[in-house]
Structures are given as structure tokens and as C-alpha cells.
Design a protein around this ligand. Structure first.
Ligand code: HEC
Ligand code: HEC
Ligand code: HEC
Ligand code: HEC
Length: 202
């Protein structure tokens, strides 16, 4: 619990708020960060336990965990060359969909390592507030397994949906007026894709 009093102090504002209007080929996103990211390690701390469903273990075997590393592959360099990008691991034009906390202010993304790729907080939102309330969220969930936890909502724990995927699995995305092209675009089928990354508790 000492750990938590530490994040409590750094809690302030902080959230990733994304307004999104997406079709399969195109997304228009406004990035707004208010809450702080607490970093992959701090989700792993609890969510690598089998009792909780080991979401960390499952995630680490998905391509999302490799999303930064893949930017060093020879295929990545080919895509990059075609778009006039020199180093994909250093270019916003690739990092935007291959990392977490894109363009978030420094003090909010201190705990993010680009090398971790697309982490929990990219889909579920920055955790500084909701991670404080996990006990309460768990209680509400367990007493009402089918329902939503009110606390999850009020602490901005995002329940990702198809729309979350369509922030990246699109041909191109426009963020605050800048267009980013996905050179590896493949038709996205949510029902098929979710099976490959799902970490629902059995
Ligand atoms: C102190 C331990 C702890 C930490 C740290 C923690 N969680 Fe949790 N989390 C839990 C517990 C316990 C539950 C409830 C599990 C259940 O539903 O059986 C939970 C539930 C969740 C849920 C499901 C909520 C719902 O309403 O369905 C999500 C999503 C989640 N955590 C994501 C995260 C993410 C992302 C992080 C890191 C930013 C994180 N958690 C950090 C313990 C933790
Ligand atoms: C709009 C979001 C987006 C942008 C911008 C983006 N990517 Fe990706 N990238 C993706 C998605 C989504 C996938 C997974 C594709 C799939 O399998 O459906 C992917 C997969 C890849 C892969 C692995 C699959 C393959 O075809 O080899 C490479 C390599 C890659 N991207 C390189 C890049 C490079 C280099 C850039 C920058 C020039 C870039 N990406 C920019 C979203 C993006
Ligand atoms: C690519 C987006 C994405 C990433 C990355 C991601 N999640 Fe999730 N998460 C989802 C979706 C979608 C669901 C809804 C249930 C499912 O998995 O099918 C979910 C559900 C959950 C749940 C609820 C599971 C249940 O049984 O109700 C927990 C807990 C959770 N995620 C924790 C995590 C943790 C911890 C990480 C990082 C190690 C993580 N997630 C990474 C998208 C993501
Ligand atoms: C932040 C951008 C982003 C988000 C959000 C995202 N993805 Fe991805 N996804 C990627 C990238 C980039 C890759 C390719 C990584 C690699 O090849 O190393 C990928 C790869 C995948 C793959 C592997 C594709 C293959 O051909 O093997 C699946 C499946 C997938 N994502 C499903 C999902 C689902 C389902 C969601 C929503 C719950 C989601 N993704 C959300 C960027 C994203």
C-alpha cells in the first residue's frame, strides 16, 4: 500500500481522452491527456497473477507487445523509405500507432517506455486515477459480474471496444489535423482479431 500512497501524491489531473469518428479506412482523433500513465510494470504487478487472469502474460505474447521492435525490421525500413522516413523508431509518423502515450506531455508520460509497444494503458487509458480504485472496482465487478463498475467509469478506466482498435487498424489516421499513413494496412475484422488478443478471464 505504500506504493499506492506514492501514486496518490502524483495523481492530479491526467487522462487520455479520445474523441473519435472512425470508419474502417480512416480515423480522426483528438488527443487530450489529463491523467498520468503509471507504466506497464505497475499493471503487471497485479495483472500477472493467475488468479486475476494473467492479462499481462497474455498481452506479452501478442503482437502489440512487439509493436516498437517491429519498427526495426527490414519490412519497416522498406515502408519507411517509401514514405521518406529515415528511422521508424524515432519518427512520429510510425510511433503514433506503435507506442503508448503519443505526444503526451513529458510529465504525464514519464513512466512510458516506447520499447514496451502498445501497452495496457493505450487501450484502457492512463491509470493514475483508476489504479487507485482497483479494490473498489473489483468489489463492484464481483458483486455484479455482468454489469459495469460505476467507479471504473468515474475513474476513466476505459472498456475498449471495436472503436478503440479502429484508432490504429485503419488506412490512415488524422490527429489534430496531421495525417498519419498506415503502410501495413490490412482489412480489419474485429470478430476475428479480438480472438487473437483477448485476455478475458476464463
Ligand atoms: C493493486 C493491484 C492492481 C493494479 C496495480 C492494477 N489492477 Fe486492474 N484490477 C485489479 C483487480 C483486483 C481487478 C478486479 C478483477 C476482477 O474483476 O476479478 C482489476 C480489474 C481491472 C480491469 C477490469 C475492470 C472492469 O470493470 O471490468 C481492467 C481493465 C484493469 N484492471 C486494468 C488495469 C490496468 C490497465 C492497470 C495498470 C494501469 C491495472 N489494472 C492495475 C487489480 C489491479
Ligand atoms: C495509422 C496507424 C499506423 C501508422 C501511422 C503506422 N502503422 Fe505500422 N501497423 C499498424 C497496424 C494496425 C499494424 C498491424 C497490421 C495488421 O496486421 O493488420 C501495423 C503493422 C506494421 C508492421 C508489421 C506488419 C508488416 O506488414 O510487416 C510494420 C513493419 C509496420 N507496421 C511499420 C510501420 C512503419 C515503418 C510506419 C511509419 C512509416 C508505420 N508502421 C506507421 C498501424 C500503423
Ligand atoms: C489492444 C487493446 C488492449 C490492450 C493493449 C490491453 N487490453 Fe485489456 N482489454 C481490451 C479489450 C478489448 C477487453 C475486453 C475483453 C476481451 O479481452 O475480449 C479488455 C479487457 C480487460 C480486462 C477485463 C477482463 C475480464 O475478464 O473481464 C482486464 C483486467 C484487462 N483488459 C487488463 C489489461 C492489462 C493488465 C493489459 C496490459 C498487460 C491490457 N489489458 C492490455 C483491450 C486491451
Ligand atoms: C495504438 C494502435 C493500436 C491499437 C489501439 C490496436 N492495435 Fe492491434 N496492432 C497494432 C500494431 C502496430 C500491430 C502490429 C504489431 C507488430 O506486427 O509487431 C497490431 C497487431 C494486431 C494483431 C496481429 C495481426 C496479425 O496479423 O497477426 C491483432 C490480432 C490486433 N492487432 C488486434 C487488435 C484489436 C482487436 C484491437 C482493439 C481491441 C487492437 N488491435 C488495437 C496497433 C494497434
Amino acid at each position: 500500500m505504500a506504493y499506492f500512497s506514492r501514486i496518490w501524491i502524483t495523481l492530479f489531473t491526467a487522462i487520455l481522452f479520445i474523441g473519435l469518428f472512425a470508419t474502417h479506412a480512416y480515423a480522426d482523433i483528438k488527443l487530450e491527456y489529463h491523467y498520468k500513465f503509471i507504466g506497464l510494470k505497475n499493471c503487471k504487478m497485479c495483472h500477472s497473477k493467475d488468479k486475476l487472469g494473467n492479462q499481462y502474460g497474455i498481452w506479452s505474447k501478442t503482437k502489440h507487445a512487439q509493436a516498437y521492435k517491429v519498427l526495426a525490421s527490414s519490412q519497416a525500413l522498406k515502408y519507411a523509405a517509401a514514405l521518406g522516413v529515415k528511422d521508424p523508431q524515432k519518427s512520429d509518423r510510425c510511433l503514433v500507432c506503435h507506442t503508448t502515450g503519443f505526444k503526451a506531455p513529458k510529465k504525464i508520460r514519464k513512466k512510458i517506455n516506447d520499447s514496451d509497444g502498445i501497452t495496457c494503458e493505450r487501450c484502457h487509458g492512463a491509470g493514475s486515477l483508476y489504479a487507485q480504485k482497483m479494490k473498489q472496482i473489483a468489489k463492484e465487478r464481483l458483486s455484479n459480474p455482468k454489469g459495469d463498475s460505476k467507479t471504473a467509469e468515474t475513474t476513466r478506466l476505459i472498456k475498449p471496444t471495436k472503436e478503440t482498435c479502429l484508432q490504429c487498424h485503419v488506412r490512415e489516421v488524422v490527429i489534430d489535423g496531421t495525417t498519419y499513413i498506415n503502410p501495413a494496412y490490412k482489412e480489419f475484422n474485429f470478430d476475428e482479431s479480438i480472438k487473437k488478443v483477448s485476455h478475458r478471464r476464463k
